[in-house]
Design a protein around this ligand. Structure first.
Ligand SMILES: [Zn+2]
Length: 150
């Protein structure tokens, strides 16, 4: 019987990222390698630039926040990660390359992947000159908390 279960292989995502950089003639600098490793070695997740900056420090590396922003932007444009703009001042970066939507728990700042089949979208047909490129969906929810009266 064929084994169709996909197991998570952090190395393959890292290698894919490095290959993509090379294919696009982007130098695989030490900093880009470190950031790619940190981003992908922990599997599917959503991380902000600031959180990645903290992980860099925890790993005794020195990479500026500006470099992290630039690299995240670059990785996003190469399709290695997805940027989720949760509000005007906050973006999270998603390392899950498979097609999916997002559930954002606003008061916890937490984001969860949801399968695209869970949301039925009725997209109007496109004029022939346009091509559907991508659909980003963020479902925003809040936890029910008892409000303090005072
Ligand atoms: Zn995601």
């Amino acid at each position: 019987m064929a084994n169709n279960i996909k197991t998570f292989d952090p190395l393959s995502n890292f290698n894919k990222a490095i290959k993509t950089l090379e294919k696009n003639n982007i130098r695989t600098t030490k900093q880009r390698m470190v950031l790619a490793k940190l981003l992908f070695e922990k599997g599917r997740r959503h991380i902000s630039a600031e959180e990645l900056f903290d992980e860099v420090k925890e790993n005794d590396r020195k990479i500026s926040l500006a470099t992290i922003y630039n690299t995240l932007r670059q990785f996003t444009s190469l399709g290695l990660i997805r940027e989720i703009v949760v509000d005007q001042n906050k973006s999270l970066y998603c390392t899950n390359n498979e097609s999916h939507y997002h559930l954002y728990i606003e008061d916890e700042g937490k984001i969860i992947d949801i399968p695209t089949k869970n949301i039925d979208l009725n997209i109007a047909s496109m004029p022939a000159c346009l091509n559907l490129h991508n659909i980003d969906v963020i479902v925003r929810i809040r936890t029910l908390k008892e409000k303090n009266i005072n």
